[in-house]
Design a binder for this molecule. Structure first.
Ligand SMILES: [Zn+2]
Ligand SMILES: [Zn+2]
Length: 108
């Protein structure tokens, strides 16, 4: 599969690492009502995912400490989205990540 932000091609697991390393700023975290959310958008179709971060909400130090972890989770969501919605390399993906290998559907 291809990185949606650059031309890097990799399997889901490698792509996930690439996203965390290179595109960490694509994940934004926002605090609201004492809760912390992370947010990530798919650059291909604009789908937006917003999830509540479940622990330590409201603590600014928490965000710094767990920023990497939050990114990992957010990119996990994105990689699954890419596989489900934009998978041109679904076969390659199936080898590496069995749990999404059956979510192969052709759209249009
Ligand atoms: Zn990239
Ligand atoms: Zn998308």
């Amino acid at each position: 599969m291809n990185c949606p932000w650059c031309d890097t091609a990799a399997g889901p697991r490698a792509l996930h690492a690439h996203l965390s390393d290179q595109h960490g700023d694509q994940v934004s975290t926002t605090g609201r009502d004492g809760k912390v959310f992370y947010e990530i958008s798919c650059p291909l179709c604009g789908a937006r995912y917003e999830q509540l971060v479940r622990k330590g909400a409201g603590d600014p130090e928490f965000l710094a400490e767990f920023e990497t972890e939050i990114r990992m989770v957010a990119f996990d969501v994105l990689v699954h989205h890419l596989l489900a919605e934009h998978a041109q390399a679904a076969e390659q993906a199936a080898h590496e990540q069995n749990d999404v290998g059956d979510r192969r559907e052709t759209k249009r």
